[in-house]
Design a protein around this ligand. Structure first.
Ligand SMILES: [Zn+2]
Length: 107
């Protein structure tokens, strides 16, 4: 089954830039992001949908490397945009295994 990509508003995904819903085989990307970042986030989330690994840190490393090769500039801008406290907190929580849920995604 082919993965879907949906572009959603900032308020549906904040503080995340993207989200992969494995159950619905859908990659969500924030539409307010710069175009190059959207391209990177899309590849990153699509990679997550195909990845069978369960280890969060390893999943993130793989998805970032995959996106980096597809859109190096998008990766770079994404990193710069992520050097904000609310973004670093998100990474910390994700690595500690605290998952974010986005209940408003399909509204
Ligand atoms: Zn990710």
């Amino acid at each position: 089954m082919k993965s879907k990509v949906k572009y959603v508003s900032k308020k549906k995904l904040y503080p995340a830039f993207g989200y992969s819903d494995i159950k619905n085989n859908t990659a969500y990307v924030r539409k307010d992001l710069p175009k190059i970042v959207k391209k990177f986030v899309k590849e990153h989330e699509l990679y997550h949908l195909k990845d069978k690994s369960k280890v969060v840190l390893w999943r993130e490393i793989k998805a970032n490397v995959y996106g980096l090769f597809k859109h190096p500039l998008g990766f770079l801008v994404c990193v710069i945009m992520s050097l904000a406290p609310y973004r670093l907190k998100l990474y910390f929580n994700r690595i500690m295994g605290r998952d974010y849920l986005f209940p408003k995604l399909e509204e």
